[in-house]
Design a protein. Structure first.
Length: 168
């Protein structure tokens, strides 16, 4: 029963379907899956477990990766998200891109704070050593440049690429 609920929540998240939509599908699921479901609020309690499973999957994938470029955006504006994406080639030569961090900071980040968050994600959470991060892609925000300058002390091989966006 618990496995069914876990897999149901995991499937909804993978499909991008809001967990509250379980109420709409509940009669169908209970009829054909022959399992009783709890309310959406209890199903939402399973989300951290699904997230942890996904984190473990990514850690296993990148265990044998030698080099990664990183794409990130961390602006100094309140309410915007910090996103960190890495790219790498798996052992079967399959190009892969993974989101390894997504957070909405409680306050605007300064360059040093952004650098700390990047280091925490890369070095602490994913064990990326000094020669593993080869390149970064970022926009031209000053906070991103300040963070990269600090990060380049630990990751000396970083090649910088800029992404410029035009908002019309």
């Amino acid at each position: 029963m618990r496995l069914f609920r876990f897999e149901l929540v995991e499937t909804f998240l993978l499909a991008g379907i809001e967990i509250s939509k379980i109420y709409i599908m509940r009669p169908f699921l209970e009829k054909y899956a022959r399992h009783r479901l709890t309310g959406a609020s209890h199903m939402k309690d399973i989300i951290p477990s699904v997230l942890e499973k996904e984190r473990e999957k990514i850690k296993a994938e990148i265990q044998n990766v030698q080099e990664v470029p990183m794409i990130f955006d961390g602006t100094a504006r309140l309410g915007e998200a910090l996103a960190i994406v890495i790219r790498y080639v798996q052992e079967n030569f399959k190009p892969t891109q993974r989101l390894i961090c997504l957070e909405v900071p409680a306050k605007p980040l300064k360059g040093s704070e952004l650098a700390q968050r990047l280091m925490s994600c890369l070095a602490v959470n994913h064990n990326f050593g000094p020669n593993m991060v080869l390149a970064t892609m970022r926009d031209g925000a000053a906070v991103n440049g300040a963070a990269i300058r600090q990060l380049s002390f630990f990751y000396p091989n970083i090649f910088l690429c800029y992404l410029f966006f035009s908002y019309h």
